[in-house]
Design a protein around this ligand. Sequence first.
Ligand SMILES: O=C(O)CCC(=O)C(=O)O
Ligand SMILES: [Fe+2]
Length: 363
Amino acid sequence: MATETSVNYDRTKELKQFDDTKTGVKGLVDAGILNIPKIFVRPAEDLAADELNSSQKTIEVPIIDLSNIGESIRRKEIINEVKIASGEWGFFQVINHGIPLSVLDEMIEGIRSFNEQHLELKKEMYSRDSAKKVKFNSNFDLYTSKTADWRDTLQLTFLDSEPDPSQMPPVCRKSTMEYFKHMKRLGEALFELLSEALGLQPDHLNSIGCSKGCSIVTHYYPPCPQPKLTLGVRKHADPGILTVLLQNHMGGLQVLHDGQWFDVHPTRGGLVINVGDLLQVLSNDKFNSVKHRATANHVGPRISVPCFFSGHASLHDKSFGPIKELISEANPPRYKEFLLKEYIAKFLSSSLDNKPPKDYYKM
Ligand SMILES: O=C(O)CCC(=O)C(=O)O
Ligand SMILES: [Fe+2]
């Protein structure tokens, strides 16, 4: 891929050439490139800002141990930890959550196998068709973002149905089906804790459909020859309700806290949980959806598997806004009511660079 002078540089052409290969970022790495194509290079001002915002502090994103959650005293402590972490960081890790290590390891290995299988098999799944529930591509917002990110993604969306094994890529079918089963269970348990952390009945968030629809989005970040010039995922907040993220041991996820970037160190067997924009809305800003990003790295691959809980498809025609029980004269609503389907359309037609859709409904 040519790097030309900025005078005659045709970005759209370069994006299209990259997209047409259907082999993503891994295809570039396999071809042995030493300089990353210009479409991936971040603007100079963004690179300079990074120097200022890297944290030297040693505090860590909270880790919450879910063992003995059935004991009432411990459960109360856990709910309090969830409340503090969701308000102050918007992020926490959970350990001893009950999902066997083998299920997590097999999920990561399945995604590695998908990305490292024969190119022709992967190419068959390469698509930008929004109607497709299972598809592979690089950068969902490739044509609308300022800079492309250094990652490839296999997306599996189940907002209105149980996953259909026949739609799954054979190489990761078994591991994904098993992982999905556990995500559903953990999602329900987390939404109980979050409901109680908001002072609501334990089943509140589950009863409005929060744990019912999810997308498993699997990212593969190949090693990058110039990692300082690009990112794995640009700074963004997640648009859904809640994200549960599995990552391999490579590291790279960073969270913005007090204006500085903090690494979320991979914890063996741990899962990273973060509040999404829609949960911030539901909680009327009691919980925070916090900006995060993933760096590109010299070594790789880094693999991550966010599971985005975004509500069941049946919610999409209904009005969405702060939970009534959390509103009072002293705590007026911070957001107008809106239709989820409008919100989702705004997100899908936009890019991670743009104003998050929730900000359109701020009072
Ligand atoms: O790979 C990661 O650690 C982060 C991915 C992410 O933030 C996302 O997909 O929204
Ligand atoms: Fe994210």
